[in-house]
Ligand binder design. Structure first.
Ligand SMILES: *[C@@H]1O[C@H](CO)[C@@H](O)[C@H](O)[C@H]1NC(C)=O
Ligand SMILES: *[C@@H]1O[C@H](CO)[C@@H](O)[C@H](O)[C@H]1NC(C)=O
Ligand SMILES: *[C@@H]1O[C@H](CO)[C@@H](O)[C@H](O)[C@H]1NC(C)=O
Ligand SMILES: *[C@@H]1O[C@H](CO)[C@@H](O)[C@H](O)[C@H]1NC(C)=O
Ligand SMILES: *[C@@H]1O[C@H](CO)[C@@H](O)[C@H](O)[C@H]1NC(C)=O
Ligand SMILES: *[C@@H]1O[C@H](CO)[C@@H](O)[C@H](O)[C@H]1NC(C)=O
Ligand SMILES: [Cu+2]
Length: 610
């Protein structure tokens, strides 16, 4: 199987795409206070992601959606024109929406869905710097292709961590220059069926559809069927433990009949459509090629996981990476060969371009137990010398593990923010222990006492009608207080759940294996102080619960309520969110904002702006 495939597959849509960068995009005067206008027109069109023919959501004719470049302090006016045959909404992942909770893009919480033929103007301020992205937040539409990068240049007053990497002035300038030109690398997965087809399939078959058909790098990839021998050879010990005497399917997936992975729930195997759990059809897709300029000595990439299910390990052959920011916050830079990136997280990396000119394979591979699936892209540079012709040396295998012990994967627990920020160390005003478990069906989930129904996206938005919020689906907090969220993962086999909180970031204060058996963090500290970190807690908007393989696990997050509004807390695995692993935070309900007239959900001017 060659790594580079001819780029000849039928691609009329690609060639026809008309990029309509609107005024305000790209270069603009430095300094805060600019208003940047951005516009996306959404269409439902034929596309060939990874060479699979299907319908996708295009933004201005593109997939992935066009990038949004900002400077910290900019005001953004983001117009969504919905020419899709269904309603939609767009969320700005990691953007805190300080004083603009009506622009968070969550139907049922901050707005009504945008109907077909209408538009919606989101307005918010880029209060933080770093790597973010926007994506659909209506039903499963993110997996239909609506995601685009957001990069916010830091204000001049923000201290950069690059002097920890090198103190040579030339090196520092090269790194700062690379950061300024940082380019997004979207890591994602795609399926043959659309999000709605998959949801219908889940309901009909009673199974959690946790496999993909291809991994994508910047929207490009291909389906390569690994073959029985390779699949069996790379089946991991963790997968073998789940499989018992079964084998992975021909798409590398745990079979739908596996009771450990699916739980003991009603199901109908004959209702499973082809491609969901098995049926590998090789394709001839595109390969993403990156061409950094070796004369600049460093290149910076914002790795963004827009994956629906896959937990993607990323590596560039022969090129270790300095990870210098995560979720839009600097960290003490760490040199690694590979990074395992969970859904919704962003890692900014500097890569030194000091190898012989040539092609270096970029490898992506699912690290989750759910599936053995991989993909490739290419990093190519010329530095005046001859091009390297031999294949580059991989640092990870197709299961996302280091290919030999000399290669390192980023240790997520060892991350130190730069600089660390103070987290309240006193007892939080509230502690919510939120149970994560299946809920009667293998595709339904709880976050707390019950499952958040997908149908609530069509209910009256809680921001406008907070008293409509049902008790077990909402948590109300007072402004200015500190709140602890403890995720109590039960002992069924569970993947790591990337918990994403809308609005401001949280501190990751503790995690562990075993049952959470405490009324508060203060009490837990008396028994298991070694499981907590109040000195250098990570500052994140997306963080995973420890995987539950042999028993229950827990994760403790603490956040400061500073931005009154209705914000979703949820797992960023799309099938888990659809299945109800979500909860509405009614933050600062004592200081609930007055909503501008233009955002009132029944105001016709909001829906008919065009
Ligand atoms: C199972 O699915 C098949 C195919 O969709 C359908 O014909 C059959 O009625 C289903 N069985 C049950 C018990 O729902
Ligand atoms: C997955 O890895 C194998 C082995 O390196 C490779 O042959 C194959 O092309 C890769 N798949 C994709 C889609 O890149
Ligand atoms: C990851 O870092 C943590 C915290 O520094 C450490 O305790 C742990 O041993 C490290 N894990 C590995 C696999 O190195
Ligand atoms: C879950 O139920 C318990 C007991 O009734 C209650 O104290 C707690 O607030 C509920 N949790 C949520 C998130 O509603
Ligand atoms: C909410 O609390 C934060 C932090 O104490 C404060 O800065 C902010 O002004 C408060 N907001 C309102 C609307 O009172
Ligand atoms: C829970 O904690 C209490 C004391 O805090 C202890 O007596 C009990 O054994 C613990 N239960 C489990 C299951 O660990
Ligand atoms: Cu999850």
């Amino acid at each position: 199987m060659g790594l580079i495939r001819p780029v000849l597959a039928g691609l009329p849509a690609l060639l026809l795409c008309l990029v309509s960068f609107v005024s305000g995009y790209g270069e603009h005067v430095k300094g805060s206070g600019n208003t940047v206008s951005f516009q996306v027109t959404l269409t439902w069109a034929d596309w060939q992601p990874a060479g699979i023919s299907r319908k996708m959501i295009l933004a201005n004719g593109q997939f992935p959606a066009p990038p949004l470049e900002l400077e910290q302090g900019d005001d953004v006016e983001f117009l969504v024109i919905n020419e899709l045959p269904f309603s939609t909404a767009v969320h700005f992942h990691g953007i805190e929406q300080q004083n603009t909770p009506w622009s968070d893009g969550v139907p049922g919480l901050s707005q009504k869905p945008i109907p077909p033929g209408s538009s919606f103007l989101y307005k918010w301020r880029a209060t933080n710097y770093g790597s973010y992205f926007y994506h659909a937040h209506r039903r499963g539409q993110q997996e239909d292709g609506l995601y685009g990068a957001i990069h916010i240049q830091p204000d001049a007053s923000i201290e950069k961590p690059f002097s920890i990497i090198a103190d040579d002035q030339q090196d520092l300038r090269a790194m700062e220059n690379a950061e300024r030109n940082s380019a997004p690398i979207f890591l994602s997965d795609v399926r043959k069926l659309t999000a709605e087809e998959l949801w219908e399939a889940e309901v009909a078959m009673g199974r959690d559809a946790f496999c993909a058909n291809a991994l994508l790098v910047n929207g490009k990839g291909t389906v390569s069927c690994l073959g029985r021998q390779t699949i069996d050879q790379f089946t991991t010990d963790a997968q073998k433990a789940v499989l018992g005497n079964q084998r992975l399917t021909d798409i590398g997936c745990l079979p739908p009949t596996n009771a450990v992975a699916q739980g003991n729930h009603p199901h109908n195997i004959s209702a499973i459509p082809p491609s969901v759990f098995d049926g590998c059809t090789p394709s001839n897709g595109l390969i993403e090629r990156l061409y950094p300029n070796a004369a600049e000595r460093y290149v910076s990439y914002d790795l963004i996981s827009a994956a629906i299910i896959s937990t993607i390990t990323f590596a560039i052959d022969e090129h270790p990476m300095y990870v210098y920011a995560i979720d839009g916050q600097y960290i003490e830079p760490t040199l690694v060969d590979a990074i395992t990136i969970t859904n919704g997280a962003r890692y900014s990396v500097l890569v030194k371009l000091d190898k012989p000119a040539g092609d270096y394979t970029i490898r992506v591979a699912n690290f989750g137990v759910n599936q053995l699936i991989n993909g490739t892209a290419l990093l190519t540079y010329h530095n005046g010398a001859g091009i390297q012709q031999h294949p580059s040396v991989p640092s990870i295998d197709i299961a996302g593990a280091p290919s030999s012990p000399e290669y390192t994967v980023l240790n997520e627990s060892a991350i130190v923010p730069y600089p660390p920020q103070d987290v309240s160390q006193v007892q939080a005003a509230q502690t919510h222990v939120l149970k994560i478990s299946r809920y009667g069906q293998s595709y339904l989930w709880t976050l707390g006492n019950t499952s958040f129904p997908l149908a609530l996206e069509d209910a009256s938005p809680l921001l406008f009608n907070p008293t409509a919020g049902k008790k077990d689906l909402t948590v109300s907090t007072r402004n200015g207080t500190w709140v602890d969220l403890v995720f109590d993962v039960d002992d069924d086999l569970q993947p790591p759940h990337p918990i994403h909180k809308h609005s401001n970031k949280f501190f990751v204060i503790g995690q562990g294996e075993g049952k959470w058996n405490y009324s508060s963090v203060t009490e837990a500290m008396r028994y298991i102080p070694e499981n907590f970190n109040f000195e250098t807690p990570q500052i994140r908007d997306t963080f995973v619960t420890p995987p539950a393989t042999t028993g229950p696990t827990w994760l403790a997050l603490r956040y400061h309520v500073i931005n009154p509004g209705a914000f979703l807390l949820h797992c960023h695995v799309q099938v888990h969110l659809n299945g109800g692993m979500a909860l509405a935070l009614l933050d600062g309900i004592d200081e609930w904002p007055e909503i501008p007239e233009e955002y009132q959900p029944y105001d016709a001017s909001t829906l008919e702006k065009r």
